[in-house]
Design a binder for this molecule. Sequence first.
Ligand code: FRU
Length: 472
Amino acid sequence: MKQDPNQFVEQEANKIERRFKPHYHISAESGWLNDPNGLVYFKGEYHVFFQHHPYSAKWGPMHWGHVKSKDLVHWERCPIALEPGNDYDKNGCFSGSAIVHEDKLYLIYTGHVYTIGENEPDIFTENQNIAISSDGVHFEKYQGNPVIAAPPSDSAHHFRDPKVWKEDDTFYMILGNATPDEHGRVILYQSDNLLDWEYVGVLNDTKPLGFMWECPDFFPLDDQYVLSFSPMGLKQSGDRFANIFQTGYMIGSYDKDEHHLQAGQFYEMDHGHDFYALQTFEDDKHRRIAVAWLDMWETPFYEEADGWSGMLTLPRELSIGPDGKIWQSPVAELENLRLEEITHIQEHLNSKEVSLDTHQAEVLLKMGKTGNHQSIKITDQEDLELSLDFDHNNNKVALIRNGQVRRTNLEIEDTIEVRVFLDSSSVEIFLQGGQVTFSSRIFPVGNLKLTFENRELTDTDCVVYQLDQVIH
Ligand code: FRU
């Protein structure tokens, strides 16, 4: 028999190597983490659940890990909320969402079942389930699970990642899904009580955007509707620096009678190397807050050897910017992480270096636009080379991590504004007040050096804060 997963995680947490363990981002205490799940504000606290394999630092039968916070900054660990093991979730409690109903917290998640057995993981069925809690910490699976036993008849076996919301007196659920001829789409269900669900139809199936859409979310933002999801199987087109492993969104108009989203173009949400499975929620202040997995499938997990894998992004507030796209800014509460100002430079220099002896820092930088190219580099004592390159001639910005290029369009008028959050093994970059973001994993060793290559004389204003440790 397997040891209790909570005990196992605690015991392993004493043994793990902490050199790359985040100090203020959510990661598993030990073991594996992927998608954020069940983001919700309940009885005065923020809850974040996550896909979790407690028994090793590799992906395995999915549990739901759980942390909560009063301020989105300081996180408290809670017991594992969901364990697989019932007939309907035998091989995993996959991603899903949360909703508050009649003073209780409901988790809605996908049960994953291998049809033939664990040796044939590509042959599976998926269904949707509910678990309920009064205190927000202990959850009981609903006796009537699964609440949706099988996908609609015109569907492939991919049928997962329910996101639930309430509008007027009706609950709605969207699911990531695929057609039998392998086109990704999002389908919609409705219910009066969260327990009995009726299939409504296809919310959106814009083609071609991969063979399956994972982790969909659908929400109003500044009077428009946004559908976000993580498509599997995007193909390279045009720009060879485009990211085929990404999370993106479409903004559109939602016909509430037809239950169909007439959507515009698909845009990448974050342009870094590691950003997937975004989920959002609305908090008590009516902010639309998003968290994503700060990692990517089919990439190496360097920290696996240390006994843990995977981390989440900082919570970000979303809005629609003047360019009609989603802008993201770190929630205001994150300023409470600042301990002391370590550096402040304000100089007219051709090239300037700042040395940092911490890996937990926030950098606020303003740099006058000048010349054709400008860049900001982060290097360590070994071979880390991260470069944020501005190509003003072509209105492009790129983040290059040891030769791996991620690039997008950005026109700078006269000042480059950069806000960078560095934690033990991550970097999150917010440009021009959140118009463009880059999130990537990095594994720095020793002191860091920031170098500003301005190419010509210009104004530079740079403040660096040491940040607090708020989670282990
Ligand atoms: C996305 C995903 C989801 C699934 C979960 C399994 O990263 O593949 O579609 O529910 O991870 O851990």
